[in-house]
Design a protein around this ligand. Structure first.
Ligand code: NOJ
Length: 562
């Protein structure tokens, strides 16, 4: 087969992309994301918990990660998987106690693994004492100022203030029952906070210090772009603002410039610790605005969601990598790569569905979920093969890499969960989404048992029969498993890619080829046909190699002769 030479981008033509020298851990760390309710259940109640995490520290250590990020474990009615927080400075009793938290941190630190916790500052739960007081305060009461209450329309305020929509579907307003309504950009159980309120600002400072004082090393900031809002724009119809991504910071609800004033205050808190505490922004913003969140005087790092949204195409990967490198250069900081998280169908599944010309895989997979995973046909082996090749690309890049629990096993999305047991509000508030439960099904640790080793009883979301084949115990015993590939890649990464240079190497259209310091190259064939393997010593390969050839959907790390 003939391969065209690839067209180079501006950055490629400049051929040498140098991210600023970056040596500290947080610029190169590999972070493992734990969704605590689905990781390990120590007491057989079907829900993962903090002692469960502690019991699996040896596993995390053997994987070779530098840090873990824990999704919310705070008291919560679980209206949104724990992102509806009742009390930011406590542990949900179903998940343990503060003592269990301290024991977990000690065990993780003892294994040289840092701890990042999730801070949810855009909203509280509707059970938070502040919100209970706000409702009780009645119309116009001062306790309402911590949230965003507005008068309804109609004679008795029986209509919402406007037609704005929640990101989970339906109105963004819920009635207080006295003619006022409160804003909730997510579920009605997640009232948005008013960040102009002094007490709100002071209290979150206390929350950051509370966890930092307990030894937490960093924070993942939920909806980091949503805190500042301009409600003087209440008259704007939703049709005019439904597109949340703007390049100029002019959206009334999203990514407003003055949100960084909050983070400048937080930066002073982070930097008052030794070592300074780390933070990463969950900011779904226009790519041109992402670097602001990663600036040294703001949060210092930001997720690069473009990677998660990319299709398995060389041009997608080149574009996303270049934009991440530009971010790093522009803000002197770093970027965070990820293939998945608890909010998006699993990468092995996205990459195993047929590629469509006009729809990205992350949308195709949502339609597939609505058919309970029957249409179009999922090619499991192909998806796993590509996901293995993909993680080797991410791990070879300068910057931080996040791994979502279970992706190291090559797990697929669980598509056929019955609607009546779904936990995600996205599923109950819309008919166009099946929601995010399919990537949150508890991990399989052993080949059998009532919940495949997750706990001693069935798990809170049922695991399918095929989960056993992906269990940790099965993969540990198989030298060619995805788990063992991850382990080898993580061990090698520390030795091979300590520097931050990245140089694109001219290659065929279907091939992604770049060099990092000391002549080590990462070469990926994203096509179906084999291509010639560059000369050198193969250090790691995501799939078996044909003699002198790099098969399709395969990545190799090669040390080139000097
Ligand atoms: C982003 C979190 O990742 C997601 O799970 C949650 O539903 C929303 N923020 C609202 O907190």
């Amino acid at each position: 087969m003939r391969h065209n030479r690839r067209v180079t981008s501006t950055i490629d033509q400049d051929h040498l992309v140098r991210a600023k020298a970056a040596t500290d851990l947080w610029r190169t760390a590999v972070v493992y994301q734990i969704y605590p309710r689905s990781f390990a259940d120590s007491n057989g109640d079907g829900i993962g918990d903090l002692p469960g995490i502690t019991s699996r520290v040896p596993y995390l250590r053997s994987l070779g990660v530098d840090a873990v990020w824990l999704c919310p474990f705070y008291p919560s009615a679980l209206a949104d998987g724990g992102y509806d927080v009742d009390d930011h400075r406590d542990v949900d009793p179903r998940l343990g106690t503060l003592d269990d938290f301290d024991a977990m941190v000690r065990a993780l630190h003892g294994a040289d693994i840092k701890v990042i916790v999730d801070i949810v500052p855009n909203h509280t739960s509707n059970r938070h004492p502040w919100f209970v007081q706000a409702l009780a305060a009645g119309r116009g009461g001062p306790d309402r100022d911590r949230y965003l209450f507005r008068d309804g329309r109609g004679a008795g305020g029986e209509l919402p203030p406007n037609d704005w929509e929640s990101l989970f579907g339906g109105s963004a307003w819920a009635a207080a029952g006295d003619g006022q309504w409160y804003l909730h950009l997510f579920a009605a159980e997640q009232p948005d906070l008013n960040w102009e309120n002094e007490e709100v600002r002071a209290d979150f400072g206390d929350t950051l210090r509370f966890w930092a004082d307990r030894g937490v090393d960093g924070f993942r900031i939920d909806v980091a772009h949503g805190l500042r809002k301009d409600l003087s724009e209440l008259h704007l119809p939703w049709g005019e603002i439904a597109d949340l991504m703007r390049e100029d910071g002019s959206h009334p609800l999203w990514d407003r410039d003055d949100v960084h004033k909050i983070y400048a205050d937080w930066r002073r808190i982070f930097d008052s610790y030794d070592p300074p505490r780390y933070a990463v922004a969950e900011a779904s913003v226009h790519p041109a605005r992402r670097a602001r969140y990663a600036a040294a005087d703001s949060l210092g790092n930001a997720f690069n969601f473009a990677m998660q949204d990319a299709d398995w195409r060389p041009e997608d990967y080149r574009r996303v990598i270049n934009s991440g490198l530009v971010d790093m250069i522009n803000n002197g900081s770093t970027t965070s790569w990820l293939l998945g998280c608890h909010d998006i169908p699993r990468v092995a599944t996205r990459y195993g569905l047929p590629l469509e010309k006009d729809r990205p895989a992350y949308q195709v997979v949502k339609t597939w979920l609505l058919t309970d995973g029957t249409t179009p046909r999922l090619d499991r082996a192909l998806g796993e093969r590509r996901a293995r090749a993909a993680i080797m690309i991410l791990l070879a890049l300068p910057g931080t890499t996040y791994i979502y629990q279970g992706d190291e096993l090559g797990l697929h999305e669980v598509a056929d969960l019955p609607r009546e047991i779904l936990e995600d509000p996205m599923a109950s508030r819309t008919t166009t989404e099946k929601g995010r439960d399919g990537c949150r099904v508890p991990l399989p640790w052993s080949q059998d048992g009532p919940s495949y080793g997750f706990g001693s009883r069935p798990a809170h979301l049922p695991q399918p029969d095929w989960f056993g084949a992906y269990a940790v115990s099965v993969e540990e015993a198989d030298p060619d498993s995805t788990l063992n590939l991850y382990r080898r890649a993580l061990t090698l990464r520390g030795h091979l890619f300590a520097r931050t240079d990245l140089r694109w190497v001219e290659s065929e259209l279907s091939v992604l080829h770049f060099e990092r310091g000391r002549g080590v190259r990462c070469v990926t064939n994203l096509g179906a046909e084999p291509v010639a393997l560059p000369p050198g010593e193969v250090l790691l390969s995501s799939a078996p190699l044909d003699d002198g050839q790099l098969p399709g959907d395969t990545t190799v790390w090669i040390k080139t002769p000097r």
